[in-house]
Design a protein around this ligand. Structure first.
Ligand SMILES: [Zn+2]
Length: 54
């Protein structure tokens, strides 16, 4: 299985994008420049939900 090792835009930790995932596709096509690891993404999602209920 192929994967890219990229650096998270938020926490600067390295994580992997596995072949076949949406993010892998986005990275390959260079349509998205900001990539975050799972931990940061779920954190951002939680913050968005919190803001929504303010
Ligand atoms: Zn991160």
């Amino acid at each position: 299985m192929f994967y890219y090792e990229i650096v998270c835009s938020s926490c600067r930790r390295t994580f992997r994008l596995s072949e076949g995932t949406l993010k892998y596709k986005l990275f390959k096509e260079r349509t998205n420049k900001i990539f975050r690891c799972e931990a940061c993404e779920s954190k951002i999602r939680m913050d968005a939900i919190k803001n929504f209920f303010k």
